[in-house]
Design a protein. Structure first.
Length: 258
């Protein structure tokens, strides 16, 4: 049975999930890795599209909309007397060499990137991350130097995004294995309530497949960019119910040893 069939059956069939207690551990681990990949694909896609669009928008805005400037000794300098706000579609850039705007004020502003007097600030999801200019270079930089730097970053973007994908996938896989392990621990209580004789190794395999339904559901919601309230509670409840239904599919007098 191929992995796509396993995913499809574990969405709706507690009996199939019950039978997975005899699957090889390697097969189950591969299944968990596949579930992790499915769960992160929508998020990674929108993230990468956003990053690619932001890099292009930043370059275009700096090139055509900003006045001449220099960055020397970690300070942004220009002849303007007041901050400039530039909108390019859904992208917004704030340019402030005057020091009028502080990083803490950006959370209430509709800005994606802000070039402030001593730092560049990236804003997303209601959070801000500031990077001092001194982190980039200790030498003086002009507007043309910044554009050249962005061009270099843009050409390297596929490699950088590939590395970012690997980091996200490895981290998410670790979290998914922890989730399955905790669900299997809870399964020890469920199997006692259901009066079934199961060992932890059987429950771990069943827990992996029981998490399929909530994983697919949240992947679909992420692809639609729809936020689900109380997502952790919903995920835990659905996975636990699927595991309980699968445990009940196991006849109480049949040995689970394998």
């Amino acid at each position: 049975m191929n992995i796509s069939t396993q995913i499809a059956k574990s969405i709706y069939s507690p009996k199939f999930i019950a039978d997975t207690r005899f699957h090889g551990i390697g097969k189950t681990i591969l299944f968990v890795f596949m579930l992790t990949l499915i769960s992160i694909l929508p998020v990674v896609y929108y993230m990468f599209v956003g990053i690619s669009g932001a890099v292009g928008s930043v370059k275009q805005s700096i090139k055509t909309d900003l006045p001449s400037f220099t960055i020397g000794e970690g300070v942004l300098q220009s002849d303007i007397k007041a901050p400039i706000t530039i909108k390019n579609g859904s992208f917004t850039l704030i340019f402030d060499p005057t020091g009028a705007i502080d990083e803490s004020e950006l959370t209430g502003m509709d800005a994606n990137v802000a070039m402030l007097q001593k730092e560049i600030v990236l804003a997303a999801g209601g959070e801000t991350n500031a990077v001092p200019y001194t982190l980039f270079t200790s030498e003086s930089m002009t507007k043309d130097d910044i554009i050249s730097l962005i061009n270099t970053a843009e050409s390297s973007l596929p490699v950088l995004l590939g590395i970012l994908f690997i980091v996200i996938y490895v981290f998410s896989s670790g979290m998914k294995f922890i989730e399955v392990s905790l669900l299997a621990l809870f399964g020890l209580l469920l199997k006692n309530l259901a009066g079934r004789k199961l060992q932890y190794r059987h429950l771990w395999r069943m827990a992996a497949y029981s998490s399929t339904l909530p994983t697919i559901f949240f992947a679909i919601m992420a692809s639609l960019q729809t936020t689900v309230p109380y997502s952790f509670s919903v995920n835990s409840f659905v996975a636990s119910m699927m595991l309980l239904l699968a445990i009940k599919e196991i006849p109480s007098k049949i040995s689970t040893e394998s």
